[in-house]
Design a protein around this ligand. Sequence first.
Ligand code: NAD
Length: 322
Amino acid sequence: MLIIPEREIADLMTRDAAFDAVSGVFAAMASQDAYNFPVIREAIGHEDALFGFKGGFDKTGMALGLKTGGYWPHNMEKHGAINHQSTIFLFDPDTGKVRAMVGGNLLTALRTAAASSVSIKHLARKDAKVIGMIGAGHQATFQLRAALEQRAFEKVIGWNYHPDMLPNLEKVAAQAGLPFEAVELDQLGHEADVIISITSAFAPSLMDAHVSPGTHIACMGTDTKGKQEVEPKLLARATVFTDEVAQSITIGEAQHAIAEGLITQSDVHQLGAVINAAHAGRTSDDEITLFDGTGVGLQDLAVAARVVDLAVKKGVAIEIDF
Ligand code: NAD
């Protein structure tokens, strides 16, 4: 069995490798060569923690396994450890024997950033110049860094519920040599060609009336029942894509538009179908496209499998007899 500790991941995984891994697994999901197992998420009644498993099997990448993930709200204050903790386990699909245990914290951030990035590659207008960020927390910086590689963006604009966090975005923009402007939501929706929302909000920030025709929106924060980032009417106006339809309509941004009867399940398309050219994706410069990125276990397995290969190549995988 191989162990790839969290401390090795930053030197092994690149944004490009994460992009390829996530793009590949979205394509495999759409061609039904990969599927996610039902998600388990439990409040364990200790330390106010939430703990769960996300698993799946990808026949094309031969990745079988699961990510254990959880949220321990008091970690930082009590132990100086980050509150989100995850570990990925890979198994040999031929024998069921455990193949690898991989640190999952940085990989989660990279695979989530890769998802919105893949959506921008396939759905945003080619001439997109302004990217608008809603959210400025831990994950927002990863989303922005990855997104900037997909189009020749000239400017970053941003809004956050806690404005004191906006310098996080400004720093990433500056590293890419781009100007940053803090704006109100109506200006953000009006100016941005691409919008990424990545907040932990339970009520919409971005309204339908804010958004100009031709925009691509990646809604990445809503991954649980009750969370919400955009007005449901916006999903009715947009062509809606997702990583996994079942999650999108139950725990993703689409849950609200579905509940209000504004769209139906058949209005939600897999991004993988666009990658496979089975869906045309964007068909005009005026069309609004919206990616509902809910986060699936197969993304974690795909990036973990990539890291294991890289670690073996570099000789940094720890091998134990198990
Ligand atoms: P974080 O705590 O670092 O940042 C939270 C962000 O939400 C901040 O910008 C904060 O200002 C904003 N926010 C908080 N309360 C708000 C409110 N009431 N209205 C509007 N904005 C509010 O968290 P993070 O690690 O950046 O994660 C952000 C979200 O992304 C979380 O909901 C997380 O569960 C989700 N997430 C999704 C995926 C996926 O695959 N889709 C993966 C990882 C994280």
